[in-house]
Design a protein around this ligand. Structure first.
Ligand code: SF4
Ligand code: SF4
Length: 177
């Protein structure tokens, strides 16, 4: 297993390859760690709750309309460069099949035919709201959404720290073995 993660400055394909090899080579190291497993479960439920709230608030419908009728999707090329190798590894641990090639010309590397292919998204992707959204949806509804998204972000942060901790511990054990 290649321990050192690929820097965020390396091409996305290299960061994906590191996440894949770390996931495959870890022999279930992360999933066997109780705290990581609990955080993964907690994150899945937080991400589901915020996804549902986005639907209920009307954000999903506005974005679909924007994408399909106005050609205005904000998942543009280059946004994949916000994703470091750790966040991609977390997606692997969540069961995400990371794309091998860019599917939409001019779109983010992670944009699939039905939208984003990731489960653990960067904070920018979680809480970005354009003017169309802030103009069309009541502030009280958006505030409730922000609160739920806050739980998703907090949980993701803890997960990120825990995954790094597990790999660090494993690495130092390998060195002393
Ligand atoms: S956030 Fe705004 S710009 Fe982006 S897809 Fe939704 S409506 Fe369109
Ligand atoms: S939401 Fe997904 S597809 Fe859109 S920019 Fe973020 S990572 Fe890319």
């Amino acid at each position: 297993m290649v321990i050192q993660p690929k820097s965020i400055n390396r091409p996305v394909e290299e960061r994906i390859a590191w996440a894949e090899s770390c996931f495959q080579g870890s022999g279930g190291l992360f999933l066997k760690d109780e705290k990581t497993a609990a955080l993964l479960t907690q994150f899945k439920s937080a991400a589901r709750a915020s996804g549902q709230e986005m639907k209920d608030a009307g954000v999903v419908a506005l974005c679909r309309e924007c994408d399909q009728e106005e050609g205005g999707s904000c998942c543009g090329k280059g946004l994949e460069n916000k994703y470091d190798a750790w966040l991609l590894l977390i997606n692997k641990l969540l069961g995400v099949d990371l794309p091998k090639v860019r599917q939409q010309t001019g779109g983010c590397f992670f944009l699939g035919e039905k939208g984003c292919t990731l489960m653990a998204r960067h904070v920018i992707c979680i809480n970005y709201m354009c003017k169309k959204i802030t103009n069309d949806i009541r502030p009280s509804v958006l505030n409730a959404l922000r609160e739920i998204e806050g739980e998703e972000i907090e949980c993701l942060f803890m997960l990120n720290e825990q995954v790094k901790r597990v790999l660090k511990k494993w690495t130092s054990r390998q060195k002393t073995a």
